[in-house]
Design a protein around this ligand. Sequence first.
Ligand code: GLY
Length: 421
Amino acid sequence: MNVLIIGNGGREHAIAWKINQSPLLDNLFCLPGNAGTESLATNLTNIDIAHHQSIIDAVQANTIDLVIIGPEQPLADGLADSLNANNVKVFGPTATGAKLEASKSFSKSFMKDSGLPTSNFDIFSDIDSALNFINKNESSITDYVIKADGLAAGKGVILPNNIDEATRAINQIMSDKIFGNAGDKLIIEKRIPGKEVSAHAFSDGKNIIPMPFVCDHKPVFDGNKGPNTGGMGCFSPPQWLSEQLQRTINQDISAKTIESLSKINIDYKGVLYPGLMIDGQDINILEYNCRFGDPETQILMSKLQSDLLEICLAAADKKLDQINIKWDQRPTVGVILASGGYPGDYDTGHKITGLADIDDDINVFFAGVKRKDNMLITSGGRVMAVVGSGNTLNEAREKTYKNVSRIKFANMHYRTDIGLI
Ligand code: GLY
């Protein structure tokens, strides 16, 4: 069987690493892939992800049997629809399903209509009403979150500390259009207290198979300080999440979401990843993602002991009820090595050393890494993830950080407290 993976991040390197272990696999392709996937797959680097016909041509030329779509943008752009229309099997939802992530006004209204728990919100499509709202609520402005409606590469969520920050955010989103059309509407919702957890599940549109829960650390500095990033590291499982809460999340959030989507004729195949806030026994949905998280995937693929290709095929064929999935139950920690300055300005092109000294039971997944003159150099903000498991969370942390310390590049930055908070 021939498989194509769409995307070029650490998430896609981890997916490619796992798919490559499948006995069902003949040939693996990545589009465009990265310096990590090039040793596992044929990287198709000359095709524009936004050009669906070119992808369909590549699928036909390489007799691809299954396409796995990694990032949210091609899903929101309807790549799964274009492939389905050409009888190509796809792991990833159609554009209507991807609206769960691509339109916050859609997803918040969907949650409200379906009785799924989320904070109170208002949707604004003109700037004056949004500004009026925050001015009216100036004295309690820190109780609110401002969100651009559409995809904004993880930067569209603002937690204002005062009225000036709220006013600036609304102006930047709706007037300056810093996120383009994603700012045609915005959502102002109540902030929810609690601890955040990423709840991934495989879905075939009818059945779900939950994955282990993962906690991401989004702020760039230790102690959750500094601006938010795409994610600076993860650990799994969160020991504070009781079995009862886990069951409730799987049943009353993930399964109920798929059932509610099916009632509005959305046949959701792929990964459903609600970001949740847990406060005591209260569960609230912060947002939905329509794909694997990054860097959560690097942790999840390291824990997955079953055949990912078999799972993706079963999801595409509506047969998830026929398979069982096994996971490494030990704690796992993943640390992102980033370019100093990220998520603001940073330099690239720095030589990476130390990868030959990494222990055999540690996984390293590349994101912003390029090969130049037979050397690996940095090429992005998040450069790579180092992932390790141990019998305890402490052991997983120690093993992972011991290996982190062997990798070097100029201006390297990483958090030292992944798994501690
Ligand atoms: N780790 C956050 C995300 O993938 O959206």
